[in-house]
Design a protein around this ligand. Structure first.
Ligand code: SAM
Length: 257
């Protein structure tokens, strides 16, 4: 990659970050759903070690901290997200047990069998569900839990428009039975799975983007790449309303065998 291309790439990342850091959460979800997912795992002790992988600014991590004991490490690729994450932890007075660090999910800084719980909402797609399930397994203690949300098809067939969109953006999207089979093959016993309710998308993800988009477009006024980014977000949102009976996020919760 030439230097020129690299700098355009870096600029895009900075811009995408600047948009998503305006939001409390960077993906669909809600505190209620985080709590529901926690209800399926065994109670943890104060000494438990938890990782929230692809934590973003920590919207779901702070909810997770409310419903669990133990030490939580949030890990995300983007330093700006981690800075906000650690500020949020301090404001909520949980900085002694909730810490954000910069790192990548394909090179996690944990020891083998160190973790009691791996959490990841709306982020495992960055490495791919199957790869993440396989590679992260070694960091969990035997009997430890994994809980992730992942885009999944709800029906065996879909209209071409939505099929094409996902094939272009995340071809690993698959049906729920196929995701469960991949998880079991990677060494987990399925504990529970459930579809995230629509309010996780509509109220908690898309509604807060409306004022954020206005502010962002003002800040980047006249910038074509910024306008494209927002147009892309709006298109994605319109597809959700049109095709939400065919796909959504599913929480998959499993226990390492
Ligand atoms: N978990 C958060 C939530 O639900 O609000 C964030 C979800 S957001 C859709 C995906 C997150 O994955 C972003 O914060 C992004 O920075 C992070 N990410 C992308 N690639 C990553 C990587 N290789 N390692 C760690 N985090 C990554």
């Amino acid at each position: 990659m030439s230097n020129e291309l690299k700098s355009i790439h870096d600029f895009d990342f900075t811009m995408i970050c600047n948009y998503f850091k305006l939001l409390e959460r960077q993906g669909p979800g809600s505190p209620e759903v985080t709590q529901k997912a926690v209800s399926f795992i065994n109670e943890l002790s104060d000494e438990a070690r938890i990782a929230d992988i692809g934590c973003g600014t920590g919207g779901q991590t702070m909810a997770l901290a409310n419903y669990t004991k133990g030490q939580i490490t949030g890990i995300d690729l983007f330093p700006d997200f981690i800075e906000i994450f650690n500020r949020n932890a301090t404001e909520l007075h949980c900085e002694d047990r909730v810490k954000g660090i910069v790192g990548s999910m394909d090179n996690l800084p944990f020891q083998a069998e160190e973790l009691d719980l791996i959490w990841s909402e709306g982020a495992i797609y960055n490495i791919g569900f199957e790869r993440g399930m396989n590679e992260w397994n070694r960091f969990l203690k035997k009997g430890g839990f994994i809980a992730v949300t992942e885009a999944s098809w709800f029906t065996p067939e879909r209209p071409a428009e939505i099929e094409d969109f996902w094939m272009a953006n995340y071809p690993e999207i698959d049906t729920i039975p196929n995701k469960i089979a991949q998880m079991e093959k990677a060494g987990y016993t399925l504990t529970a799975h459930f579809i995230l309710p629509e309010n996780c998308w509509i109220e908690h993800f898309y509604a807060p983007q409306f004022p954020a988009q206005e502010a962002f477009l003002k800040e980047y006024s006249g910038n074509a790449a910024a306008a494209d980014l927002i147009a892309g977000q709006r298109y994605e949102e319109s597809l959700y309303y049109k095709y939400k009976e065919y796909y959504g996020y599913v929480f998959y919760i499993g226990q390492k065998r």
